[in-house]
Design a protein around this ligand. Sequence first.
Ligand code: SUG
Length: 450
Amino acid sequence: MSALSVTHEANFDGLVGPTHNYSGLSFGNIASKNNSGAIANPKLAALQGLAKMKALADMGFRQGVLPPHERPSIATLRALGFGGSDADVIRAASKAAPALLSGASSASSMWSANAATVSPSADTGDGRVHFTPANLINKFHRSIEHPTTSRVLKAIFSNHELFAHHDALPGCPQLGDEGAANHTRFCRHYGESGVEFFVYGASGFNMAAPAPKRYPPRQTLEASQAIARLHQLNTEKVVFAQQNPDVIDAGVFHNDVIAVGNGNVLLCHELAFLNQTAVIGEITEKLESNFVAVQVASADVTIDEAVQTYLFNSQLLTRSDGSMLLLVPEECRSNERVWAYLQKLLSENTPIRDVLVMDLRESMRNGGGPACLRLRVELNEKEFAAVNPATWMNDKLHVRLNKWVEKHYRERLSEPDLADPALLDECRTALDELTQILVLGSVYPFQRNS
Ligand code: SUG
């Protein structure tokens, strides 16, 4: 067996935090807006996420867990001028600036596709796995994630000889970075060098270039280029493509809402990219092997249907026999046309041989499907052995985390509940216990101040 054959893709899912709620925080994300004010069920949300992780681990996929963040973020609220005890901070913010409290309380770190961009060691100049946490500067509630994300990633991938950790890019609109949601890697086999595909919404500096008009582009070309440099990628093996501005204006706020790739396969809508034919041509040429682009026609699935069902926010996974499995959200099965398309796809001669449906409704209602919930990290055997072992999903961890959720999470949370200082205590108690379960050390501000 060659060394290459023991490289696998691992998926690290963001565990949903105890403050999961619907505050309508993400302009341009239609589900977030439409469900604003609805009552959330954080317990159910976390259990749905754990069920997905367990299902994939049971099928033999390498599955890890990323912990939620401390919310509400008291440090953020203090930085915004609220003072006194922690409870005073929450009460004052809820009265004077409820929007800031909602932002500081979001459980958005669950969407770990936005946690970072990751390049596997087969692609990088120094042969290490590179991580750049996303600055997420387009939304206040997400811009506060990267310091904790960075500490968590360092606690899980701690070996400096194997793993390189960069800081988030400078926080300014011209360098908006949303992480792996706009990054895909193609390869012939895991472990071999591949083509890294960066998709951006607009240029940060060239105002004359095409850009969406209604909703903000969250990823800039210049941010993607900076990450390719930081990760020491071979320019001959990198493709930059612009998302079609019209689809951003239709609610496609990240590339992973309109395209998914894995191995030598890209599944995307026919309207996903500007100059789509040229983009596919460039990937084909740079991959230097058989590249399969499955482009879904509007006649089969419209952009609106893609946004409603998150067909493309699916996980495309390679099974041990080399065939691929598409993990889609339940919303795809409930939509007759999308479900019919999936049956048609399975009857075609592509590597995608099976569809697995999972119920992730609580996350979906905030615009987060299966692919949003996971960060992909391709690891060879040595790298795999260096990962913090307590974060791998297995029967034991699944039982333990289910119990932990049952013990600490509420079944009902709405925006006004965020003003309750007891929620902070519940969250901190839960997270303190979680850092012990996942053997993470002190990654949260409340653990570091004491
Ligand atoms: O950033 N929703 C997230 C969803 C992220 C989905 N991720 C990917 N496509 N990779 C966002 O828009 C909504 C929170 C609220 O409204 O309460 C939110 O942040």
